[in-house]
Design a protein around this ligand. Sequence first.
Ligand code: MEV
Length: 333
Amino acid sequence: MPAFSDTRAAAHAPPARVGDPTGERLRGTGSAHGKAILIGEHAVVYGRAAIALPVHSLRVRAEAVRTAQAGLLVSDLYTGAFDAAPARLAPTVTAARATLEALGTREQIELRVHSGIPPERGVGSSAAVAAAVVAAVAAAFGIVFDDGRHHELVQVAERAAHGTPSGLDARAVRAAGPIWFRSGETAALPVGATFAFVIADSGVPGRTGEAVRGVRALREADPARVDHVIASLGVLAEAARGQLSDGDVPGLGAAMDEAHDLLDGLGLGDPALQRLVRAARGAGASGAKLTGGGRGGCVLVLAPDAADAPRLACALTGAGAAAVWTSTLEATA
Ligand code: MEV
């Protein structure tokens, strides 16, 4: 399997001087995209394999300007001092502070974040914001971290977001194509045909931290059953890797359906998710499952053919989806 190489890793734009008369202030930018987990969410926390897809149509951009003042955050959700930022933005502030610490500077930054990724929907908002912020802050100091260092800093923010992140999200939001992830190791995956996906937002916030803690509690109460489900999800991930490389759309769809039912059995479902999954299957999807932490958030739907994706998107909107996005994997050479 080819080693993972992320040529699109968080826009490492070289720092550019901005129009400041002192010429002292430097500006850096960074960006990252959303992600959807194809198979293996939750099981990946227990060392099983997972596959995630980048969602390039969902993007976040960050800009950092060095300042001698206190740290300032300007975003759609909040504008004000780092110190007074609301708890839900703690991962963003953590990413900025961890990066400044890694740079060994006492300077502060004015940080602007523009995100088109809906938060708390299992499509990678927290990891993507952190990845963009790390890149922007580093660039403001003329630094491009190596891949491992960048990943570790995103993970610091992810731990502030939801406790014990596997690292899958942090990798997927910077990956150019689908990735295989297991126990911290990542590899790019070959794709044998076009796979067209529709992602539909249930409109219900999913809280990854709570969902992960819920699975842990269930595992403590019933280890045999939960370990069996986790192992089954790992087997499905292995199968999905082959289905992707073989271009087997029906096979992958069936694996997604099975994964959804297994995740639902772990208490990760939600009536709104179930409605969308049923609507997708009723409209002829090859497969449909919740994606990400669950208990809300989004469903990932596989179309039999790229030409079917708009029709499935319409069916999902008709079934109450708050938003839909399409994402197509093209065959690799
Ligand atoms: C969340 O997007 C994915 C989970 O598997 C958690 C993780 O991998 O850290 C639920």
